[in-house]
Design a protein around this ligand. Structure first.
Ligand code: PGA
Length: 252
């Protein structure tokens, strides 16, 4: 069976006190076992070490970086490497979030390098893909997402690909309150799995968790997660509230 995962992307939100309070609330809510096999939080870099120390006290709670550079070290002012993330007790790293692609110009080719860098440091990439609205309206979404997967992941050996988590995040659903329907999510997740299987075989593709992201909240999570290829969620806004986030983790 695939891992069922709920990951919270805090983006550039929460100051130190608020971040500490949020992870402590999550910790205390997780005193009762949750339905998700793994709960992951991705705070801003500056709180990663504190958050990772707290997460280590809770079975099933893990920490992710929101990005990493493709080089391990060097003169890259303002950047952070996979090596540094690993040294903080981080286990996962979100790569290719649509906000990184759009505002920071990250291409599929650059992401291929970042994925390799993360795997090389034993970090599990949560690799994000997803189409903008214009592509969805043109009915080209599967082709578009397949190209993202091909250009960023298909250089990997099967044993490396097996370690990934994929997140499908239709850009038109991120932070907009507009969610993909459960049917749209399932269709795309099945298409992603099929595309990965075309290169790596069904056994490898069936092993990979594929998370849905985009305005996922307690009121819609159960329906979206019901899809057989939907293995959890990557949650933005609703992950900033511990009760909502854990309610989503219990919707699996
Ligand atoms: P959202 O963000 O849940 O606020 O739509 C999802 C994401 O960007 O990961």
């Amino acid at each position: 069976m695939r891992d069922q995962i709920v990951a919270g992307n805090w983006k550039m939100n929460k100051d130190l006190n608020q971040a500490t309070a949020l992870v402590e609330e999550i910790q205390s809510l997780m005193m009762n076992p949750v339905e998700a096999d793994k709960v992951i939080v991705a705070p801003p870099y500056t709180y990663l070490a504190q958050t990772a120390a707290k997460a280590a006290e809770v079975p099933g709670l893990f920490v992710a970086g929101q990005n990493c550079h493709q080089e391990m070290s060097g003169a890259y002012t303002g950047e952070i490497s996979a090596t540094i993330l690993k040294s903080l007790g981080v286990d996962y790293v979100i790569l290719g979030h649509s906000e990184r692609r759009e505002y920071f110009g990250e291409s599929n080719q650059l992401l291929a390098l970042k994925v390799k860098a993360a795997l090389g440091q034993d970090l599990i990439p949560i690799f994000c893909c997803g189409e903008p609205l214009s592509i969805r309206e043109a009915g080209e979404q599967q082709k578009y997402v397949n190209q993202q997967l091909t250009e960023s992941l298909f250089q990997l050996e099967a044993d490396d690909l097996r370690r990934l988590v994929i997140a499908y995040e239709p850009i038109w659903a991120i932070g907009t309150g507009r969610t993909a329907s459960a049917e749209q999510a399932q269709q795309m997740h099945a298409s992603i799995r099929k595309h990965l299987a075309s290169k790596y075989g069904a056994e490898v593709a069936n092993h990979l968790p594929i998370l849905y992201g985009g305005s996922c909240k307690p009121s819609n999570a159960k329906e979206i997660f019901a899809g057989e290829d939907v293995d959890g969620g990557l949650i933005g806004g609703a992950s900033l509230n511990a009760n909502d986030f854990i309610a989503i983790a219990n919707s699996l």
